[in-house]
Design a protein around this ligand. Structure first.
Ligand code: MG
Length: 159
């Protein structure tokens, strides 16, 4: 049976933090603020997969009050999410995501993001869609106050 899930995440852009998206360290004067590495793309993907499982969100599995996850690479969260799929004898079919960022330009990094995400989820990179768009200078993303990501996942589950 095919199950789908959706995920959304946003983190504020601040000075003094690295910008990590899809596990890629992207040169930029600002980075995303958060307890972990604040990788909004990987977080949205986690929530999409967990949503397809009918599970709680990423904060349920990795509370931001837990010192273990301070500055943690979000790859760990995606890997755990994949384990949740496997523990239900499920199979991840595909994931697709869009990052909404006015700056920097993400196109040169999309392939590397895709490879990182595919590796963390143990998925063929052809089953991972990663896209980026600006927000046409509108709203918080358009004003470069933060970066958002939205994702969907399809999971084949028994029964
Ligand atoms: Mg997050």
């Amino acid at each position: 049976m095919n199950h789908v899930g959706i995920g959304y995440d946003v983190h504020a852009l601040v000075e003094g933090r690295k910008l990590i998206l899809g596990g890629v360290d992207i040169p930029h004067p600002k980075g995303l603020d958060g307890h972990s590495d604040a990788d909004a793309l990987m977080h949205a993907l986690c929530d999409a997969v967990l949503g397809a499982l009918g599970e709680g969100d990423i904060g349920h599995f990795f509370p931001n009050t837990d010192p273990r996850w301070e500055n943690a690479p979000s790859r760990l969260f995606l890997e755990e999410t994949a384990r949740q799929v496997a523990s239900r004898h499920g199979r991840l079919v595909n994931v697709d995501a869009t990052v909404i960022a006015q700056q920097p330009r993400l196109a040169p990094h999309l392939d590397a993001m895709k490879r990182n995400i595919a590796a963390a989820l143990r998925l063929d990179p052809r089953r991972v869609g990663i896209k980026a768009t600006t927000n046409e200078h509108l709203g918080f993303a358009g004003r470069e106050e933060g970066i958002a990501a939205i994702a969907v996942a399809s999971v084949d589950l028994p029964g």
